[in-house]
Design a protein around this ligand. Sequence first.
Ligand code: ARG
Length: 457
Amino acid sequence: MWGGRFAEGPSAIMREINASIPFDKALWRQDIAASKAHVAMLAACDIVTDEDAETIIGGLEKVAAEYEADGVPEDWDLEDIHMTTESRLAELIGPVAGRLHTARSRNDQVATDFRLWVREAMEEAIAGLEALQRALVTRAGEHADSIMPGFTHLQTAQPVTLGHHLMAYYEMAARDVSRFSDARERLNQCPLGSAALAGTGFPIDREMTAQALGFAGPTTNSLDAVSDRDFALDYLTAASQCALHLSRLAEEFVIWASQPFGFVRMPDTLSTGSSIMPQKKNPDAAELVRGHAGRIVGCQTALMVTMKGLPLAYSKDMQDDKPPVFEAASLLRLSIAAMVGMVADATFRTDRMRQAAELGYATATDLADWLVREADIPFREAHHITGAAVKLAESQGKALDELTMDELTNIDSRIDERVYKALSVEASVAARKSHGGTAPDEVRKRVAQAREALGMN
Ligand code: ARG
């Protein structure tokens, strides 16, 4: 491509370190689409003839058909997807292929291709997250009344409903969707026409190519357009945050599926066995979602460090932007899909959850609240009295509501019969009807809003 200036070809090491075709061939569709838009614009602006443009577009379509059928050939001498396509185009249509690269550089070309690719990855993540939200909302609706222990420090804290717990992840997924959509909007400007770094002297129409490729408009600074990769970092940041959420949900499944908890039976389809222990059913998919989160965060870190300290405009370091994005995207796609399956198909063992809520003194706060409300005792004192009741119950291996009236009045004479109503796990969750609380009616309200937002009604 640049033989004119060179007396000698590149060394073997140079060829190998330079070649991005092994991974950037993933951009071939975007590269063809951007080239077609570019040459159509060149013709509309009378920079190439209509006839040449037609020949080039026909040739690009042929190249695309070949890639579709046989894959993209990997020739290190052709470095990357851009030169691979251009060289095949020249083989197919002859020297007229050389007109395609008028008013363009690989720098604006790759920035455009990569934006198109990342834009699709963002859309894919949003679609996946919406599927996850639908699964969560469906299961939450089924379990708006199912009582389980809520935890702090992974110690039983207060009873909550499983519906409420699942809807917490719905909210996280909703914020993840909004992060990807924000990022998509910021990304959606077209670098094509920025050329190598300074723009071009040809009378091009950047609005036209931007529009043809579905961008809101052209970028407004050529140096920025060819050398920023913050759109990719926005994607990786949103992906990392999303992966952390998925990992936390996966971790809950791992804990819930463990025998001592026994809150959930994992779908067979997302579990594996052991080669030695016949009884085993391991939550490998959940564990891998947890593991993948680490790798996705690693991809984000990799690109941040690549970009740190690069002067304007393009440097070859930026070729390394693609592998972490491609890797994160495929890990995220799998992670979301695995969690959709897990949420949709897990069997929740509501009997076990309820039993655990009852065994863990989860309604102790309700006893303290009752003493405040009904006996006008300051909360700190009520907390102390309740502590004594829990201590007594624990020493006798009883639940709080199994303490007799005598036992309770011995602790504090202001307690009366009505307290038992407050001590059931049902009463506890039903009482928590503050906005966003765990009361079944509150959960149902939020589920209904979510279904509406997802168009599920
Ligand atoms: N393969 C290159 C990349 O991915 C394309 C841009 C090359 N530009 C250049 N000036 N060498 O970044």
